[in-house]
Design a protein around this ligand. Structure first.
Ligand SMILES: [Zn+2]
Ligand SMILES: [Zn+2]
Length: 143
């Protein structure tokens, strides 16, 4: 168990599940999720704003459900504006943070970064003097 800060109420709590939300907020969130889900089941074309008004669940929490991929809704616009835009290129996207294209580019960048990582460790000892260090080496230099 580790101490975590609840993303909803900001209280510190003992983290038992892999989520940064405290047990009482989690319960509340589940209950809200059910309410929002039920609303969209009956009003599939409704907007998030309408859902927030009808369910009493804050818009930002509904958006969070969508962002987490727990909820998929038909009406992803609000006043003609797409709800989500790619954080990299600004293209409207159905969910998440990046569009398909940018996701690929980011994955590429990350895998390039991956090539620079500790591949070796060096230990040195003479008398009482001892150290251990990681040797940073690019993968390409291996061959
Ligand atoms: Zn909480
Ligand atoms: Zn993009």
């Amino acid at each position: 168990m580790s101490l975590a800060k609840c993303r909803r109420c900001g209280r510190l709590f003992n983290q038992v599940i892999d989520k940064n939300i405290c047990p009482s907020c989690l319960e509340k969130e589940e209950e809200e999720f059910q309410r929002v889900k039920d609303f969209f089941l009956h009003h599939p074309q409704a907007s998030i704003v309408e859902a927030a008004q009808e369910t009493g669940v804050e818009k930002k929490f509904i958006l969070q459900f969508v962002r987490e991929g727990r909820l998929r809704i038909a009406n992803m616009e609000e006043g003609g504006e797409p709800l989500f835009r790619c954080e990299r290129c600004g293209k409207p996207i159905p969910e998440g943070r990046y569009c398909e294209e940018c996701r690929k580019k980011i994955a590429e960048l990350l895998s390039n970064q991956d090539k620079v990582k500790p591949v070796n460790e060096r230990e040195y000892q003479r008398g009482n003097f001892y150290f251990k260090e990681k040797i940073l080496r690019k993968k390409e230099e291996k061959d």
